[in-house]
Ligand binder design. Structure first.
Ligand code: NAD
Length: 473
């Protein structure tokens, strides 16, 4: 197989893979815990062995991305997740005993966690290793087979994923198909047992429509505008450092990157100064810095520039932290955008780039109100020490996840669910929830030989009335 296969070839492969995997699944039955652990170990070893190749492939796809960024943001979290899945899956696989009402005893109930079968995985370009391999590892932990369709915008990484996965898994177990929207749409129309999609909200909407024809359940890991709310008593310097890290990693091309900041009026100047100073400290060479990533392609580079330009035209003040590297390297320097208003595109669309709108608020209720007038975000970041304010933010806003007093870090807490809500997604993975979302929780009731069922059997009589009255009391 070469990188230049046609849509028709890949579509053909796709249906072939699905039927092969389903047949193998039915034939072999669910894999044992030992087999799943061994498969996960194979995946981990393959990733470790090829990590420099992965770092190089991602950098090639982006134009430039530091190997450290790929190590910290992608490879290490996948390895940690694999370790976590391996340590927990035996426990999660155990059938769970449930309570039986007195009148059904001595019958017994339990829940069996069964693999669903074949999982379809569609992944995006921004973290092309981890957003392909984390769902895959979860699918394997839950005993499934999987077909992956990585992004067409990262061809080198997608090809590497294909060759590495092909080396370690037979295609009846794990397969990869490559291609763009057309293949993606064909993929989403297949009768998988579950589809995990990570990508934009707009494509997520079509994926759900495409999957609906076969009633394929979907997990949608989408994007949106994740706010940072800086409380009145926050340590401004510490908050600005965390926001700079979360916003500028991968040049802002992170689904859970802080999209915009809400800061008390009194702290705005200090926050802006601290963010600016931290950005310069993190990236002393500005956009040219060797630790600063390129924007994935010219379309996205121009899209972010346009968002900044539109804001400027409509009266925003733009503070440039450094000079841009230019269109050729697609290195877009961080900018802070002040005086933004809701009619600016930058406050309507997910930014997905290194531009940070900073807005001010008077009371914490005003800030919460602003967040709640927008679609529910994927992540929310709160900075502050006051327990009452923190509690209010946690209970009065609804977002996929929250990190308090830092950014991004909920993503690498393996034991909590990760996912969006509303426009930012549906369903979750990571944690026990990930295993459950790719398993079928089958409730089983086992009737005992001696039971009271006969009390409800026809022909009905006065005794039936007594029994019914008893249960309706
Ligand atoms: P995208 O939606 O453009 O593409 C994602 C994947 O879907 C790609 O593999 C693409 O080929 C495929 N695709 C395109 N059209 C399709 C169709 N009609 N049917 C089925 N598949 C189709 O997203 P992207 O630009 O690759 O990624 C950026 C977006 O993803 C951002 O919005 C970001 O917030 C979001 N994201 C979310 C998470 C998360 O975990 N929630 C993680 C990373 C990125």
């Amino acid at each position: 197989m070469t990188a230049h296969v046609s849509v028709k070839d890949e579509g053909f492969l796709l249906t072939g893979f699905l039927s092969k995997q389903r047949a193998a699944f039915l034939n072999d039955g669910p894999p044992s815990a030992a087999a799943r652990r061994a498969d996960l170990l194979k995946l981990k070893h393959a990733l470790v062995k090829r990590r420099t190749a992965f770092e190089a492939a991602v950098s090639k796809d982006f134009g430039y991305r530091s190997a450290y960024e790929t190590r910290i943001m992608e490879i290490t979290p996948v390895i940690q997740m694999i370790n976590y899945l391996r340590s927990n899956l035996t426990k999660w696989m155990r059938p769970e005993r449930r309570r039986v009402a007195l009148h059904f005893r001595p019958g017994r109930t339990r829940v069996i966690y069964q693999p669903l079968g074949v999982i379809g995985i569609i992944s995006p370009w921004n973290y092309p290793i981890s957003l392909a391999l984390t769902p895959l590892a979860t699918a394997i932990a839950a005993g499934n087979r999987a077909i992956l369709k990585p992004s067409e915008l990262t061809p080198a990484t997608s090809e590497l994923l294909r060759s590495v996965l092909r080396e370690i898994f037979p295609e009846e177990q794990v397969a990869v198909v490559t291609g763009g929207p057309e293949i993606g749409a064909a993929f989403a129309r297949l009768p998988f047992d579950h589809l995990v999609f990570t990508g934009s909200t707009s494509v997520g909407r079509s994926v759900m429509k495409e999957a609906a024809d076969n009633l394929v359940p979907v997990t949608l890991e989408l994007g949106g505008k994740s706010p940072v709310l800086i409380g009145p008593d926050a340590d401004i310097e510490a908050a600005a450092t965390s926001v700079a890290f979360g916003k500028l990693a991968n040049s802002g091309q992170t689904c859970i990157a802080p999209d915009y900041v809400l800061v008390p009026e009194k702290d705005a100047a200090a926050f802006v100064a601290s963010f600016d100073a931290t950005a310069r400290k993190f990236y002393p060479q500005g956009a040219a810095d060797r630790n600063y990533s390129s924007i994935i392609n010219a379309k996205h580079y121009n899209r972010v520039l346009k968002l900044i330009d539109d804001a400027k035209q409509k009266g925003a003040k733009v503070i440039e932290v450094a000079d841009n590297g230019g269109a050729e390297t697609r290195k877009l320097a961080p900018v802070i955008v002040l005086n933004v208003t809701d009619d600016m595109a930058i406050m309507q669309q997910e930014i997905f780039g290194p531009a940070l709108p900073v807005m001010t608020y008077r009371t914490i209720d005003d800030a919460i109100g602003y967040i709640n007038r927008k679609p529910r975000p994927l992540a929310l970041y709160y900075f502050g020490q006051n327990g009452e304010d923190r509690q209010k933010v946690l209970t009065r806003t609804t977002s996929g996840n929250v990190t308090v007093n830092d950014t991004l870090m909920h993503y690498v807490q393996n034991d909590i669910p990760f996912g969006g809500i509303g426009m930012s997604g549906m369903g979750a993975y990571h944690g026990h929830e990930g295993f459950k979302s790719l398993s079928h929780a089958k409730g089983v009731f086992e009737q005992s030989r001696w039971n009271l069922g006969w009390l409800l059997h026809p022909p009905f009589s006065k005794t039936t009335d007594v029994v019914i009255r008893y249960f309706q009391r």
